[in-house]
Design a protein around this ligand. Sequence first.
Ligand code: OAD
Length: 235
Amino acid sequence: MIETPVVALTGAGISAESGVPTFRGAGGLWREFRPEDLATPEAFVRDPKLVWEWYAWRREVVAGCDPNAAHRVLVEMEEQLRRENFTLVTQNIDGLHEAAGSRNVLRLHGSLWSMRCTREGTRNSDRRVPLEEIPPRCSDCGALLRPDVVWFGETLDRDVLEAAIAASRRAKMMIVIGTSAAVQPAASLPLLAKRNGARLIEINPDETPLSADADEVLRGPAAVELPRWWALQAG
Ligand code: OAD
């Protein structure tokens, strides 16, 4: 039985079966690349072209991927529970929740499909694949554009984080799907929910630092376990 409000917190694992590489674990991006070379403000200042080549490659990979059954269940949940009873919080920048049809997504780490002017701070949605020029430049002022994502050492958008914290505090149920719970502050949201009385459900093929605190653990791929879990709640 669903207890509302519900918060779903997702990480790279929910998109794994869509073909998007995760960061940690077998085949993870951080096995092959070093975050300090590619995902920090210092790396961007040092070599914007290299950083942009990496993001351009990720845009190309994701452009060839479709949402999977787990993304689609979260759309159903949003539709069936009223808006005040369901909050989707994601660490993913791939846009697959939106592609599946989720309307209200709290994107903690920004979006692969948005660019920000390094001079004016203006944001623009940009879905071009491949990019015509690397690094891309602002069409208004000519300054470098940067990926509109949160890098290591940067703070999250305050409004987005506050909304995620508020929803986690109110939650009666939090479903944590496909995250290694290795990156803060996202990793502390489930514990905040739990401290405030929420039932914690983890969907992940592997154990994580959250597993010991979970009230229910579903060990398997999200595209299998989430639809199965959701069908049980509905039944
Ligand atoms: P990780 O790559 O750290 O973790 C992915 C998790 O998904 C692991 O716990 C896997 O066991 C699990 N997993 C793998 N396949 C799965 C499947 N089919 N179904 C369900 N789970 C599966 O990704 P995140 O936890 O999202 O941040 O990483 C958090 C942040 O670290 C990212 O947003 C990114 C990264 O560095 C920044 O770039 C700021």
